[in-house]
Design a protein around this ligand. Structure first.
Ligand SMILES: Nc1ncnc2c1ncn2[C@@H]1O[C@H](COP(=O)(O)OP(=O)(O)OP(=O)(O)O)[C@@H](O)[C@H]1O
Length: 224
Protein backbone atom coordinates (compact mmCIF):
# COMPACT_ATOMS: atom_id res chain seq x y z
CA UNK A 1 0.00 0.00 0.00
CA UNK A 2 1.29 3.46 -0.80
CA UNK A 3 2.05 5.99 1.94
CA UNK A 4 1.33 9.10 -0.12
CA UNK A 5 -1.25 9.35 -2.84
CA UNK A 6 -2.01 12.45 -4.89
CA UNK A 7 -4.65 12.28 -7.61
CA UNK A 8 -4.99 14.87 -10.38
CA UNK A 9 -3.82 17.96 -8.48
CA UNK A 10 -4.56 21.39 -9.89
CA UNK A 11 -3.41 24.67 -8.33
CA UNK A 12 -3.95 28.04 -9.98
CA UNK A 13 -2.78 31.35 -8.55
CA UNK A 14 -4.42 34.62 -9.49
CA UNK A 15 -2.20 37.66 -9.56
CA UNK A 16 -3.96 40.84 -10.78
CA UNK A 17 -5.53 39.80 -14.13
CA UNK A 18 -3.17 36.90 -14.68
CA UNK A 19 -3.68 33.25 -13.88
CA UNK A 20 -0.58 31.20 -13.03
CA UNK A 21 -1.19 27.50 -13.57
CA UNK A 22 1.26 26.08 -11.03
CA UNK A 23 -0.09 22.50 -11.10
CA UNK A 24 -2.07 21.03 -13.99
CA UNK A 25 -3.20 17.49 -13.27
CA UNK A 26 -0.34 15.99 -11.25
CA UNK A 27 -0.76 12.50 -9.76
CA UNK A 28 1.75 10.70 -7.57
CA UNK A 29 1.85 7.47 -5.59
CA UNK A 30 4.75 6.87 -3.21
CA UNK A 31 5.36 3.44 -1.68
CA UNK A 32 7.33 2.48 1.44
CA UNK A 33 11.10 2.60 0.86
CA UNK A 34 10.91 5.13 -1.97
CA UNK A 35 13.11 8.21 -2.13
CA UNK A 36 11.45 10.28 -4.84
CA UNK A 37 13.35 13.28 -6.19
CA UNK A 38 11.45 16.07 -7.94
CA UNK A 39 13.42 17.93 -10.57
CA UNK A 40 12.34 20.82 -12.72
CA UNK A 41 13.27 24.35 -13.66
CA UNK A 42 12.61 27.17 -11.24
CA UNK A 43 8.86 27.88 -11.34
CA UNK A 44 7.91 24.43 -12.65
CA UNK A 45 5.69 23.74 -9.62
CA UNK A 46 7.88 21.69 -7.23
CA UNK A 47 7.26 23.79 -4.11
CA UNK A 48 3.56 24.08 -4.90
CA UNK A 49 3.31 20.30 -5.20
CA UNK A 50 5.12 19.80 -1.87
CA UNK A 51 2.84 22.35 -0.17
CA UNK A 52 -0.24 20.50 -1.46
CA UNK A 53 1.20 17.12 -0.38
CA UNK A 54 1.87 18.61 3.07
CA UNK A 55 -1.64 20.05 3.37
CA UNK A 56 -0.18 23.52 3.80
CA UNK A 57 -1.96 24.53 0.62
CA UNK A 58 -5.34 23.17 -0.51
CA UNK A 59 -5.29 22.40 -4.24
CA UNK A 60 -8.06 23.79 -6.46
CA UNK A 61 -8.70 20.28 -7.76
CA UNK A 62 -7.66 16.75 -6.89
CA UNK A 63 -7.02 14.92 -3.64
CA UNK A 64 -4.14 13.96 -1.35
CA UNK A 65 -4.19 10.97 1.01
CA UNK A 66 -1.47 10.29 3.58
CA UNK A 67 -1.22 6.92 5.35
CA UNK A 68 -4.87 6.32 4.48
CA UNK A 69 -6.08 9.70 5.81
CA UNK A 70 -7.47 12.35 3.47
CA UNK A 71 -5.63 15.65 3.69
CA UNK A 72 -7.43 17.78 1.12
CA UNK A 73 -10.64 19.76 1.69
CA UNK A 74 -10.57 19.52 5.46
CA UNK A 75 -10.33 22.35 8.01
CA UNK A 76 -6.77 23.44 8.75
CA UNK A 77 -6.90 22.06 12.31
CA UNK A 78 -7.60 18.56 10.93
CA UNK A 79 -4.93 18.92 8.25
CA UNK A 80 -2.45 19.92 10.97
CA UNK A 81 -3.34 16.75 12.88
CA UNK A 82 -2.75 14.52 9.84
CA UNK A 83 0.50 16.40 9.16
CA UNK A 84 1.81 15.96 12.71
CA UNK A 85 0.90 12.26 12.83
CA UNK A 86 2.30 11.21 9.48
CA UNK A 87 4.45 13.87 7.82
CA UNK A 88 7.80 15.54 8.33
CA UNK A 89 7.83 18.79 6.39
CA UNK A 90 10.81 20.94 5.51
CA UNK A 91 10.02 23.84 3.22
CA UNK A 92 12.23 26.48 1.65
CA UNK A 93 13.49 29.00 4.17
CA UNK A 94 13.18 26.46 6.98
CA UNK A 95 10.40 25.74 9.43
CA UNK A 96 11.96 26.71 12.75
CA UNK A 97 10.26 28.81 15.41
CA UNK A 98 12.36 31.90 16.12
CA UNK A 99 11.89 31.85 19.91
CA UNK A 100 13.01 28.22 20.38
CA UNK A 101 16.60 27.01 20.23
CA UNK A 102 17.61 24.29 17.77
CA UNK A 103 17.10 21.37 20.17
CA UNK A 104 13.68 22.61 21.31
CA UNK A 105 12.67 23.13 17.66
CA UNK A 106 13.76 19.59 16.77
CA UNK A 107 11.86 17.99 19.67
CA UNK A 108 8.75 20.18 19.30
CA UNK A 109 6.48 17.97 17.15
CA UNK A 110 7.40 14.89 19.18
CA UNK A 111 6.54 16.70 22.42
CA UNK A 112 3.19 17.78 20.97
CA UNK A 113 2.55 14.12 20.11
CA UNK A 114 3.58 13.02 23.62
CA UNK A 115 6.92 11.55 22.50
CA UNK A 116 9.78 13.55 24.08
CA UNK A 117 12.49 11.96 21.86
CA UNK A 118 15.48 13.94 23.15
CA UNK A 119 17.97 11.17 22.39
CA UNK A 120 16.71 10.80 18.82
CA UNK A 121 16.94 14.59 18.33
CA UNK A 122 20.53 14.72 19.61
CA UNK A 123 21.44 11.75 17.43
CA UNK A 124 20.02 13.46 14.32
CA UNK A 125 21.78 16.73 15.13
CA UNK A 126 25.03 14.78 15.54
CA UNK A 127 24.62 13.02 12.20
CA UNK A 128 23.94 16.36 10.55
CA UNK A 129 26.99 17.98 12.15
CA UNK A 130 24.92 20.36 14.26
CA UNK A 131 25.33 19.07 17.82
CA UNK A 132 27.49 22.06 18.76
CA UNK A 133 24.68 24.42 17.60
CA UNK A 134 21.88 22.82 19.62
CA UNK A 135 21.51 25.78 22.00
CA UNK A 136 21.59 28.39 19.20
CA UNK A 137 18.48 30.24 18.06
CA UNK A 138 17.45 30.28 14.38
CA UNK A 139 18.57 33.91 13.91
CA UNK A 140 22.10 32.84 14.88
CA UNK A 141 22.34 30.11 12.22
CA UNK A 142 23.69 30.19 8.67
CA UNK A 143 21.39 29.28 5.75
CA UNK A 144 22.87 25.77 5.54
CA UNK A 145 22.52 25.27 9.31
CA UNK A 146 18.88 26.37 9.17
CA UNK A 147 18.24 23.84 6.39
CA UNK A 148 19.84 21.00 8.40
CA UNK A 149 18.10 21.95 11.66
CA UNK A 150 14.79 22.09 9.75
CA UNK A 151 15.47 18.63 8.34
CA UNK A 152 16.19 17.29 11.84
CA UNK A 153 12.94 18.90 13.05
CA UNK A 154 11.05 17.23 10.19
CA UNK A 155 12.48 13.78 10.97
CA UNK A 156 12.70 13.64 14.77
CA UNK A 157 9.17 12.31 15.37
CA UNK A 158 9.71 9.50 12.83
CA UNK A 159 6.99 10.44 10.32
CA UNK A 160 5.79 8.06 7.61
CA UNK A 161 6.81 10.51 4.87
CA UNK A 162 9.40 13.26 4.60
CA UNK A 163 8.54 16.18 2.31
CA UNK A 164 11.55 18.40 1.80
CA UNK A 165 12.32 21.40 -0.40
CA UNK A 166 16.03 21.84 -1.20
CA UNK A 167 17.42 20.13 1.93
CA UNK A 168 20.99 20.41 0.63
CA UNK A 169 20.87 24.08 -0.38
CA UNK A 170 23.80 26.18 0.81
CA UNK A 171 26.00 23.30 2.02
CA UNK A 172 29.42 22.02 0.92
CA UNK A 173 29.87 18.60 -0.70
CA UNK A 174 30.85 16.84 2.56
CA UNK A 175 27.84 18.19 4.43
CA UNK A 176 25.61 17.37 1.47
CA UNK A 177 26.77 13.75 1.78
CA UNK A 178 25.78 13.74 5.48
CA UNK A 179 22.33 15.11 4.64
CA UNK A 180 21.79 12.51 1.91
CA UNK A 181 22.94 9.76 4.31
CA UNK A 182 20.38 10.87 6.92
CA UNK A 183 17.58 10.89 4.32
CA UNK A 184 18.57 7.44 3.00
CA UNK A 185 18.71 6.01 6.53
CA UNK A 186 15.29 7.49 7.24
CA UNK A 187 13.71 5.92 4.13
CA UNK A 188 15.23 2.52 4.88
CA UNK A 189 14.30 2.68 8.56
CA UNK A 190 11.90 0.32 10.25
CA UNK A 191 8.44 1.55 11.10
CA UNK A 192 4.84 0.54 10.97
CA UNK A 193 3.91 0.78 7.27
CA UNK A 194 7.44 1.86 6.26
CA UNK A 195 8.76 5.29 5.35
CA UNK A 196 9.25 7.35 2.19
CA UNK A 197 10.52 10.76 1.08
CA UNK A 198 9.63 13.25 -1.65
CA UNK A 199 12.33 15.83 -2.17
CA UNK A 200 12.50 18.82 -4.48
CA UNK A 201 16.05 19.68 -5.40
CA UNK A 202 18.42 21.02 -8.01
CA UNK A 203 21.17 18.72 -6.64
CA UNK A 204 22.42 16.10 -9.09
CA UNK A 205 24.13 14.25 -6.21
CA UNK A 206 20.83 13.84 -4.42
CA UNK A 207 19.02 12.91 -7.64
CA UNK A 208 21.64 10.20 -8.25
CA UNK A 209 20.66 8.54 -4.95
CA UNK A 210 16.89 8.60 -5.57
CA UNK A 211 14.92 5.41 -6.09
CA UNK A 212 12.79 7.42 -8.57
CA UNK A 213 13.33 10.75 -10.32
CA UNK A 214 10.35 12.75 -11.59
CA UNK A 215 10.50 15.92 -13.65
CA UNK A 216 7.97 18.72 -13.54
CA UNK A 217 7.58 21.14 -16.41
CA UNK A 218 5.05 23.98 -16.33
CA UNK A 219 2.99 22.21 -13.67
CA UNK A 220 2.87 18.78 -15.32
CA UNK A 221 5.03 15.67 -15.34
CA UNK A 222 7.42 16.18 -18.19
CA UNK A 223 6.72 12.86 -19.91
CA UNK A 224 2.94 13.10 -19.36
N1 LIG B 1 1.70 32.42 -3.73
C1 LIG B 1 1.84 32.50 -5.05
N2 LIG B 1 1.18 33.45 -5.75
C2 LIG B 1 1.28 33.54 -7.09
N3 LIG B 1 2.04 32.73 -7.85
C3 LIG B 1 2.73 31.79 -7.21
C4 LIG B 1 2.68 31.62 -5.79
N4 LIG B 1 3.50 30.57 -5.45
C5 LIG B 1 4.04 30.12 -6.60
N5 LIG B 1 3.58 30.83 -7.66
C6 LIG B 1 3.90 30.60 -9.08
O1 LIG B 1 3.59 29.25 -9.36
C7 LIG B 1 4.58 28.68 -10.23
C8 LIG B 1 5.22 27.48 -9.56
O2 LIG B 1 6.01 27.95 -8.46
P1 LIG B 1 6.80 26.96 -7.49
O3 LIG B 1 7.34 27.79 -6.37
O4 LIG B 1 5.93 25.82 -7.16
O5 LIG B 1 8.01 26.46 -8.43
P2 LIG B 1 9.35 25.67 -8.08
O6 LIG B 1 9.50 24.62 -9.13
O7 LIG B 1 9.28 25.21 -6.65
O8 LIG B 1 10.48 26.77 -8.22
P3 LIG B 1 11.92 26.90 -7.46
O9 LIG B 1 12.80 25.79 -7.98
O10 LIG B 1 12.39 28.25 -7.88
O11 LIG B 1 11.64 26.81 -5.98
C9 LIG B 1 5.56 29.81 -10.55
O12 LIG B 1 5.16 30.41 -11.76
C10 LIG B 1 5.38 30.76 -9.38
O13 LIG B 1 5.69 32.09 -9.76
Amino acid sequence: MSILEAVDLYRFYHVADEEVRALRGVSLDVAPGELVVLLGASGSGKSTLLSCLAGLDDPDGGAVTVAGERLTRRPEAQRAGVRARHLGVMLQGGNLLAHLNVLDNVTLTGRLLGQPGGARALDLLGQLGLDHRRHAFPAQLSGGEIARASLAAALAHRPAALLADEPTAEVDARTEERVIGVIEAFVRGEGRGGRCAVIATHSSRLAARATRVLRLKDGRWQDA
